[in-house]
Design a protein around this ligand. Sequence first.
Ligand code: SF4
Ligand code: SF4
Length: 172
Amino acid sequence: MHQIIELLGRANICIPFFCKKCGKCCREKSVEIAWGYFEIISQYLKIPIVEFINKYIGEVTKIEGGEIAYKMRCPRPCAFLETENTCLIYPVRPIPCQSFPLADFGDGGIKCPAKIEMKKAYSAIGRGIPYLIKDSGEVGPKKEIDKAYKKLEKAGFKEEYLSAFLELNQIN
Ligand code: SF4
Ligand code: SF4
């Protein structure tokens, strides 16, 4: 996962995001699962939808004419969070989980360590908040990417981060 930062009038630079697999987002934030997703997830788990609701969402209170009524349990921590902070439904996880915490500047106040690292990279490269953040686009020019690389090195970013930075910012 990554984001592109656009430095005011100068360059587009791709910033790596490394999830630390700490599970804070799945423990401390509530994820709303839209009704349309219930079927997708229950099919993925290969269980009937009523069993799915009772096991992971809350308690089915009424079934009438194809309609299912249910009472929700507290969604924190997320019922799909497994030991070692893996997600039981990862391939079909809801959209907010797929985009967290890159959809905006924040992380909902949970202090996501990977987002903090990413913000440090913004600061090291762009002297504070970049002009614009987006999920895709061309990168370059190369001389600005080289300059950014040197700034990350100087700011103490480790080999893994620097390699990912170079890989993401290859200019063909
Ligand atoms: S809080 Fe951030 S680093 Fe931790 S699991 Fe969630 S996305 Fe990954
Ligand atoms: S569905 Fe998966 S990724 Fe989303 S909060 Fe639950 S455990 Fe985390």
